[in-house]
Design a protein around this ligand. Sequence first.
Ligand code: GAR
Length: 202
Amino acid sequence: MNIAVFVSGNGTNLQALINAERKEGLSGGKIALVVSNKPEAYALGRAKAAGIKTFVLEKKGFASREEYDKKTLERLRKEDIELVVLAGFMRILSAGFIDEYADRIINIHPSLLPDFKGAHGIKDAFEAGAGTTGVTVHFVAEELDSGPVILQEEVKIEQEDTLERLEEKIHKVEHKLYPKAVRLFVEGKLKVEGKKVKIKGE
Ligand code: GAR
């Protein structure tokens, strides 16, 4: 199954998926394309180093989100992409895109959704003085950082944690959880029922 990973920044989650594919495999899933809206994204270098094709599309020059997404969809069709994995992709997808890939787009977010949505999930939980936060992998719905939850794992915020230390703890969990979620998808074990995800065998 061909997978496209969408990135905008550092790409540590992309790297975790690349490593997982190399070491234990992704149950037959293959990262066939890395898509970025930012030409300067560090993640693109990681893709190139791993020999993965990249597709960079900046928003300038496009009249609308739909027009932009149409171009991306053309490329995904060309590469026979069956699963879209958002890994720090900081751009909202259009309704048309989400429709075409309904229940085939997953996202990772650094909090226990629905808490601390948005671009600063770790910092917001830390500054709120929460005792617990975590990581969520979910199917993507139209509303930002929402959609049926696939996997969640808690991360405790200890008294002695700094923001940097909390970020490290969260990323460590993300890098373990995302390959696991991708494997479950590729194995056909995830079934969306309304707002819930049923995992076969659990
Ligand atoms: C990750 O922590 C991911 O959960 C977060 O962006 C970071 C990307 O890091 N995503 C969101 O906040 C989505 N709302 P990476 O580029 O090193 O993988």
